[in-house]
Design a protein around this ligand. Structure first.
Ligand SMILES: [Zn+2]
Ligand SMILES: [Zn+2]
Length: 241
């Protein structure tokens, strides 16, 4: 299994950065976890049009799905017109969400016509691009949001998506080989109210509770440099598992 961090910017992009996109290449396919703004041109820089078998979206904040819009145009009218439609895994209710967004952005069926859309369910493992993916609901304000646990060839990678502190992270990353965890905040809960993100120390707490082997922090604003001792991914980061 190979991980490539295509983009890891938070809700506002870091200078020159792409937003969330994590490419997982297994023995039998290529799976993209999230597809935020800037991810598609990054992938295109490596190959004419991304050869991606499946895309899985954690939640419908724009920094995690926005480049599905230009992806549709490339598939309908552009260089990807002759390529097979990727499978697109979305949260429960996501098909209706995409139809509504399509109404506003182009056509109601624009996403249905470009992707093989499937809704996943909390805790129910599905197969995507040859990997086994288990979505775990995480705490992200009032949003329906998930993290993904991805396994292939005996290796497991966990990705938090956007999450506040909760027991779900421990289960998501339990004994994983690598835990890619968001660390958006400087300190716990500066916003007040329902939690939606983690500080680095809180990500580390979740990592330690999970028994995962390696922690990679992500989704971090450039204005909030990490203290020494934490490993942080960057756009273009690659890891062979
Ligand atoms: Zn985000
Ligand atoms: Zn979010």
């Amino acid at each position: 299994m190979k991980l490539t961090v295509v983009g890891c910017s938070p809700a506002w992009p870091n200078p020159g950065g792409a937003q969330s996109g994590y490419l997982v290449e297994g023995r039998d396919g290529r799976l993209l976890l999230d597809c935020g703004p800037g991810v598609l041109p990054r992938l295109r820089a490596a190959e004419g049009w991304p050869r991606v078998d499946a895309i899985a979206i954690t939640h419908f904040h724009l920094d995690h799905w926005g480049d599905l819009v230009p992806w549709v145009w490339g598939l309908q009218f552009g260089p990807a017109a002759e390529l097979p439609r990727p499978r697109l895994f979305v949260p429960p209710g996501g098909r209706e969400t995409l139809a509504r967004l399509g109404d506003e952005l182009g056509r109601g069926d624009m996403f249905e016509s470009a992707f093989e859309i499937e809704e996943y369910a909390d805790g129910e493992t599905f197969e995507a691009a040859g990997s086994r993916v288990t979505p775990h609901r995480v705490l992200h304000y009032q949003m329906l949001a998930f993290g993904f646990r991805v396994s292939d060839n005996g290796m497991t990678l966990a990705y938090s998506g956007d999450s506040g502190p909760s027991d779900a992270l421990r289960e998501l990353a339990r004994d994983a080989d690598v835990f890619i965890c968001e660390a958006t905040l400087l300190a716990p809960n500066p916003e007040g109210g329902t939690r939606g993100h983690l500080s680095a120390a809180e990500a580390d707490d979740a990592f330690r509770a999970s028994g995962a082997k390696r922690l990679l922090l992500t989704h971090r604003p450039a204005e909030r440099p990490l203290e020494n001792g934490y490993e942080q991914v960057y756009d273009g980061f690659e890891l062979e598992l």
